[in-house]
Design a protein around this ligand. Structure first.
Ligand SMILES: *[C@@H]1O[C@H](CO)[C@@H](O)[C@H](O)[C@H]1NC(C)=O
Ligand SMILES: *[C@@H]1O[C@H](CO)[C@@H](O)[C@H](O)[C@H]1NC(C)=O
Ligand SMILES: *[C@@H]1O[C@H](CO)[C@@H](O)[C@H](O)[C@H]1NC(C)=O
Ligand SMILES: *[C@@H]1O[C@H](CO)[C@@H](O)[C@H](O)[C@H]1NC(C)=O
Ligand SMILES: *[C@@H]1O[C@H](CO)[C@@H](O)[C@H](O)[C@H]1NC(C)=O
Ligand SMILES: *[C@@H]1O[C@H](CO)[C@@H](O)[C@H](O)[C@H]1NC(C)=O
Ligand SMILES: *[C@@H]1O[C@H](CO)[C@@H](O)[C@H](O)[C@H]1NC(C)=O
Ligand SMILES: *[C@@H]1O[C@H](CO)[C@@H](O)[C@H](O)[C@H]1NC(C)=O
Length: 402
């Protein structure tokens, strides 16, 4: 390749990246995986980022404070491509080894441009705060809430809708959401109009009482709080008290909401697809085992639009198959390395009528991959008698998670 050819290629790459890199949000969760034989701590972090682009892009998180340890491995894969919307969401699974848990740490991923939006958010920033202190209640390191989200969610301007963000906490902590605060957690605040209300329980309500259409960039921080006072202990012997007012970790949850022109009827099942049985309920907890395929059937129906796509955000190895229109089979085979973890899956059914697209509600569930004994060092509440009253907070939530 001649120098002029290669510089032309470089120029083309730069041009295509700069206009293709329209950010559509991201999330991060983490799961401490115990100590390695050399005494270092292993922590697996999973992040998702989405871009308005047919090419899936990857990025590198930087350590902005504390000791983030060493990145031992990073595997990045495509989660889903919103075919009709030209977006692509990728999942990165990052394993880090941290020499000791004395210092909390912060990881940052940032970049140039959000997708064009009404609320004037341009530069983007995903910020994660990790504290590997050992909890006095569970005797293990705190696990983050588990969440994911479909990167671009649509709602007609006249239709009230609750976006119930998944906020499952494996330790049973209280999970709260708030808007990201500049300039650590975001570059500029979301400043959503009054039509949106973010509840502390992570429901973003859209009231459907405005005529303003367009795309909004939503930047949320999800945090977990112990339900009773606990202490965190560190390698150097120090302890830190955490009350129900003190956050344990902070995660970014960012996405876009597109408010479309009003629709004749907001009733589910007409223009807006409606989920039907046997689609799992919102917040359902499903169980899976390593090396065994978990199958989830999702059915969606609409009479005034054609259900044409299921937008899915979950582990990147989840597959989606459809044989009957409006009926989808999600299949996921967790690996042995995923044992003991909780994995979020969210989806939206998309209906089309001419050039208009209609989204169902956001439906989310949690998959628990069995054999937690290998990773959790505390007794399972189901197998050990309730001798220590203080351990009751480690109980697994069973039915309603949200
Ligand atoms: C929409 O309704 C919400 C809740 O009632 C209210 O807070 C908000 O001001 C309303 N917005 C408009 C534009 O009327
Ligand atoms: C913990 O790691 C830091 C480096 O991040 C080191 O300076 C410190 O001495 C270590 N503390 C202990 C107790 O090992
Ligand atoms: C939490 O904060 C509220 C308001 O500041 C205060 O009234 C309450 O006592 C605090 N609770 C604890 C456990 O510190
Ligand atoms: C599209 O909407 C119109 C009414 O707005 C309806 O008559 C037509 O049946 C719809 N098309 C599909 C494919 O549902
Ligand atoms: C989708 O389902 C069909 C029919 O059951 C099957 O032949 C095909 O292999 C499946 N594709 C995937 C990717 O699972
Ligand atoms: C999973 O559990 C089974 C039964 O308790 C046990 O035999 C197996 O070794 C466990 N696997 C791991 C990886 O811990
Ligand atoms: C439970 O917690 C209380 C206060 O935090 C403490 O006094 C008590 O010893 C604990 N009990 C057990 C069984 O750990
Ligand atoms: C969150 O709180 C709001 C208002 O209190 C309530 O309407 C909504 O159902 C709650 N959402 C969840 C998921 O619990």
């Amino acid at each position: 390749m001649s120098p002029s050819q290669s510089s032309l290629l470089l120029l083309l790459l730069m041009v295509s990246c700069s206009w293709a890199s329209h950010f559509l949000g991201g999330t991060m969760t983490f799961n401490p995986r115990g100590t390695n034989p050399d005494g270092t701590y292993r922590v697996d972090l999973r992040y998702k980022t989405a871009f308005h682009s047919t090419v899936c892009l990857t990025d590198t998180w930087s350590c902005i404070s504390g000791d983030c340890g060493n990145e031992i491995s990073l595997v990045v894969n495509t989660v889903d491509q919103g075919i009709s919307e030209d977006w692509c969401q990728t999942e990165g699974v990052m394993t880090r080894h941290v020499s000791n848990n004395t210092q909390t740490f912060d990881l940052l991923l940032d970049g140039g441009n959000w997708i064009n939006n009404v609320n004037s958010v341009s530069a983007w920033r995903l910020w994660t705060h990790v504290d590997l202190g050992v909890r006095s209640d569970t005797k293990t390191i705190n696990r983050s809430p588990q969440t994911t989200v479909v990167p671009l969610m649509r709602v007609p301007a006249n239709c009230p809708r609750d976006f119930n963000l998944l906020s499952f906490d494996p330790d049973g902590d209280e999970v709260r959401c708030r808007y990201a605060v500049p300039t650590d957690e975001c570059v500029t605040s979301s400043d959503l109009p009054n039509d949106f209300t973010l509840q502390e329980n992570c429901t973003l309500s859209f009231w459907g009482n405005s005529s303003t259409t367009g795309t909004y960039a939503v930047q949320i921080v999800m945090e977990d709080f112990p339900t009773q006072t606990i202490s965190l202990s560190y390698t150097d012997g120090s302890q830190s008290i955490r009350t129900s007012n003190n956050t344990l970790c902070k995660l970014p949850v960012q996405f876009a909401v597109r408010v479309d022109p009003p629709v004749t009827s907001c009733m589910e099942g007409l223009y807006l697809p409606m989920f039907l049985s046997p689609t799992p309920a919102q917040g359902a907890l499903l169980y899976a085992s390593a090396d065994q395929p978990l199958e989830i059937t999702v059915r969606a129906q609409a009479t005034q639009s054609t259900v044409s796509e299921l937008l899915v955000s979950g582990p990147s190895s989840i597959t989606e198959n459809t044989t009957v229109p409006g009926e989808y089979l999600l299949r996921w085979t967790p690996t042995e390395d995923e044992e003991g973890g909780y994995y979020p899956v969210c989806f939206i059914a998309q209906g089309v009528n001419d050039s208009s697209m209609y989204h169902s509600e956001l439906r989310c569930l949690i998959v628990r991959v069995g054999n937690t004994s290998a990773i959790r060092t505390t007794e399972e509440p189901t197998t050990s008698p309730p001798l220590a009253i203080n351990l009751t907070t480690t109980e697994e939530p069973t039915t309603s998670l949200l």
